[in-house]
Design a protein around this ligand. Structure first.
Ligand SMILES: Nc1ncnc2c1ncn2[C@@H]1O[C@H](COP(=O)(O)OP(=O)(O)O)[C@@H](O)[C@H]1O
Ligand SMILES: [Mg+2]
Length: 580
C-alpha cells in the first residue's frame, strides 16, 4: 500500500470526524467561490443603464451575508474536525510504532542505532504531527475554488476570459509540482540528518561518564558540531524551497492580472464584455492566486508528511525476525529440564560463538558455567529465554523445542539476573515488581529481604518509594544488583539464570547475597555463570567453556581432582590471587 493510502487508512478510523471535516472544507470553498462570483451581478446592477434595482441589491447583499456565514461555519468545522483526525492518526502511528519495536528481536536492536530509532519515534512523528493538520484541507477546498471559478467565469461572462484565467492558473501548477517534489526530497534529508544528530546525542549522553572522565568533551563537541551544521544545511535547502514558492506564485499572478486587464479592457471597448465582467476578473485573480498559494503550501506540507511517514512506515514494516511459530503452543507449567543438542550459535556478524554444545540439565540441578571472558557464557544463557535463536542444533525445555512454544509462556518460566543491571524509571518497589506486576507490597518486601536488599532500601530517603533513574545513578552497582535479584526472586521462576549476579558486590555483601541466592536456587533448575569459583563449589556440575565449546564438565570435586583440567587451573589462579 502506498504511503498516502496508509495515512488515509489511519484517518478512516475516525470516519465521522473525517467526513464532517471534509464537508466543512467543501462548504467553505463553495461559499467563498459564490462570494467571488457575486461580484458580477452586483456590479452589473450598479452600472445598469436602466437604473439600479433595489430589490436585486437587497437579494445580493443577503446572499453575500449567507455565504460569509457559510465560510465561517465550514472553517470552524474543518479546522476542529480535521485536526482531531490528524492527532488521532499521530496517536495510532506512534502506538503502532512502539508496539512494533517491542516485537523486534534483540538482534535487530544490536544492529540498529538506538538514537536513530528514537529519532523516528520523535522527530519524524513530530513532522507528521505539525504538518498533518487542517491546512491540508486546502488540498480539497482550493481545487473546488479554482475549478468553480473557471466554470463561473465561463458561464457568467465569456470563454475568452476563462481561457486567460486558465492560462494564469496553468502557469502556477508546474511551479507547485516542482517545489513539492523538491520538498519531499529535502525533508527526507533533514530527517536523516536529525536521526544522526539524535544518535549522536543519545550516545554521548549515555556515555557521559566516560566522555567526562576521559576529558573528551572537546572531541564530542567537535563531532556534534559537524552533524549540527549538516542538519542546518539540509534545513536551509527546504527553507529556500518554501521561501521561493509564494513570491513566484505572486509574480505569476501579477503578470496574469495585467494580461487579463488588458484583455478585459479590449473586450469591454469592443462591447464584448460588461463592467461586471471586468469586476469579476478583478475579484477572481487575487482569489485565484490566493487559492494557488494555499494549495501550494498544503502540497509542501503534504510532501513533508509523506517523507516523514515513509520513514515511520519503513520501521513499522521491518519484519520481526524472531516470532512465535504459527502453531506455537503454550509451554504450560514445566519441571525445568534443559537440553542443548549439538547447539551452535553465531551472531549476525562474525563467526561461531558456540559450537556443538551438548548439555543436559535435570530439573532442580544447578549447573555452573565457567570460562574465560568471551568464551560464550552469556550467549549460551541468552539462548534459554530465546533472546536469540540457535543457528545449529536445538534447545529443548521439558522436551519442547523452544522455537515450538510461545515466547510469552517460555519467558514466564525463566528468571534472569543479568550481568548488567537495568533499572527502569520509577520507584525501587516498581523495579522489584517488574518481575511480577501484581505482587503485593508484602511480597515485594519478602523478596527484597531474601535478596538482602531490604536494609539498604529502608535507609533510602523514601524507602521503597524512592525514585531511581533509568541507569540507576542513585544506587551503587551492588545495590542495583540486589534489586535485580529481588526482581528475579519475586518472579519465582522454574529456571533461574544468574549471569555473574554477584560481580558488583563486595565480599561482605556477596556472602549475604550468595546465601540468598543459594536459598533461591533450591528446587529450581539454575544456570549460574560465576565470576568467583568459590560461589559455585556446591554446584551439581561445572561446565567449562573454551572458545565456544564445552572443554570439560563434571562435579566440581571431580574436575578439581583431574591433574591438568582447565577448572583446576582457574582454581589455582583464583586461589593465588586471593592469597595475595
Ligand atoms: N551482540 C553481539 N554481537 C556480536 N558478537 C557478540 C555479541 N555479544 C557477544 N559477542 C561475541 O561473542 C563472544 C562471546 O561473548 P559472551 O557470550 O558475552 O562471552 P562471556 O559471557 O563468556 O564473556 C565474544 O567473542 C563476543 O565478542
Ligand atoms: Mg558474560
Amino acid at each position: 500500500m502506498s504511503t498516502g493510502r496508509r495515512l488515509w487508512a489511519y484517518a478512516a478510523t475516525l470516519p465521522a470526524h473525517l467526513l464532517g471535516g471534509l464537508a466543512g472544507a467543501l462548504l467553505a470553498g463553495a461559499c467563498q467561490l459564490l462570494l467571488v462570483l457575486y461580484a458580477k451581478p452586483l456590479l452589473d446592477n450598479a452600472t445598469n443603464a436602466a437604473g439600479v434595482s433595489v430589490d436585486g441589491l437587497v437579494r445580493v447583499t443577503i446572499s453575500i451575508f449567507i455565504f460569509g456565514v457559510g465560510i465561517s461555519v465550514g472553517e470552524l468545522a474543518y479546522m476542529y474536525l480535521l485536526d482531531y483526525v490528524a492527532q488521532g492518526v499521530v496517536l495510532n502511528m506512534r502506538g503502532d510504532l512502539f508496539r512494533h519495536l517491542q516485537a523486534l528481536s534483540l538482534g535487530f536492536f544490536e544492529d540498529a542505532s538506538t538514537g536513530a530509532l528514537v529519532s523516528r519515534a520523535t522527530n519524524d512523528l513530530s513532522v507528521i504531527q505539525t504538518r498533518l493538520n487542517n491546512d491540508l484541507a486546502a488540498l480539497l477546498r482550493q481545487p473546488v475554488m479554482i475549478v468553480g471559478l473557471l466554470v463561473g467565469i465561463l458561464v457568467l461572462s465569456s470563454w475568452q476570459l476563462m481561457a486567460f484565467t486558465l492560462l494564469v492558473g496553468g502557469a502556477m501548477l508546474p511551479v507547485i509540482n516542482f517545489t513539492s517534489a523538491r520538498m519531499k526530497l529535502h525533508t527526507a534529508q533533514i530527517q536523516e540528518s536529525l536521526a544522526d544528530l539524535t544518535a549522536h546525542l543519545t550516545e554521548s549522553l549515555g556515555g557521559i561518564r566516560v566522555v567526562q572522565s576521559f576529558g573528551a568533551s572537546e572531541h564530542e563537541i567537535a563531532r556534534f558540531e559537524a552533524d549540527n551544521r549538516a542538519t542546518r544545511r539540509a534545513m536551509m535547502r527546504a527553507v529556500r524551497v518554501r521561501a521561493v514558492l509564494r513570491p513566484l506564485l505572486h509574480l505569476i499572478s501579477i503578470v496574469g492580472l495585467i494580461l487579463l486587464l488588458v484583455a478585459g479592457g479590449w473586450l469591454y471597448s469592443q462591447g464584448l464584455a460588461t463592467m461586471g465582467d471586468i469586476g469579476l476578473v478583478l475579484a477572481s485573480v487575487p482569489t485565484l492566486s490566493g487559492a494557488f498559494k494555499d494549495f501550494g503550501r498544503a502540497r509542501l506540507a503534504w510532501a513533508e508528511t509523506m517523507a516523514a511517514s515513509e520513514r515511520v512506515f519503513e520501521l513499522i514494516d521491518t519484519a520481526p525476525d524472531l516470532v512465535d511459530a504459527p502453531d506455537a503452543v503454550d509451554l504450560g507449567a514445566i519441571e525445568g529440564r534443559l537440553e542443548f543438542r549439538n547447539t551452535g550459535f553465531h551472531y549476525r556478524t562474525g563467526s561461531d560463538v558456540l559450537t556443538d554444545i551438548d548439555l543436559h540439565i535435570e530439573p532442580g540441578q544447578m549447573v555452573a558455567l565457567v570460562g574465560a571472558s568471551g568464551s560464550g557464557k552469556t550467549t549460551l544463557a541468552n539462548l534459554v529465554p530465546r533472546l536469540y535463536d540457535v543457528t545449529a542444533g536445538a534447545l529443548l525445555i521439558d522436551g519442547h523445542d523452544v522455537r515450538a512454544v510461545t515466547r510469552a509462556s517460555l519467558r514466564a518460566q525463566i528468571g534472569i539476573v543479568p550481568q548488567q543491571t537495568v533499572l527502569f524509571r520509577g520507584t525501587v518497589a516498581d523495579n522489584i515488581r517488574y518481575g511480577k506486576p501484581e505482587a503485593t507490597d508484602a511480597e515485594v518486601e519478602v523478596a527484597a529481604r531474601a535478596a538482602n536488599a531490604h536494609d539498604f532500601i529502608v535507609a533510602l530517603p523514601d524507602g521503597y518509594d524512592t525514585e531511581v533513574g533509568e541507569r540507576a545513578v542513585k544506587l551503587s552497582g551492588g545495590q542495583a544488583q540486589r534489586v535485580a535479584i529481588a526482581r528475579a526472586i519475586l518472579r519465582d521462576p522454574r529456571i533461574l539464570i544468574l549471569d555473574e549476579a554477584t560481580s558488583a558486590l563486595d565480599t561482605a555483601s556477596e556472602a549475604l547475597v550468595q546465601e540468598a541466592l543459594d536459598r533461591l536456587m533450591q528446587g529450581r533448575t539454575s544456570l549460574v555463570i560465576a565470576h568467583r569459583l568459590s560461589t559455585v563449589a556446591n554446584a551439581d556440575r561445572i561446565v567449562v567453556l573454551d572458545e565456544g565449546r564445552i572443554a570439560e564438565q563434571g562435579p566440581p570435586a571431580e574436575l578439581l581432582a583431574q591433574r591438568d583440567s582447565l577448572y583446576r587451573r582457574y582454581h589455582a589462579l583464583q586461589a593465588g590471587a586471593s592469597a595475595e
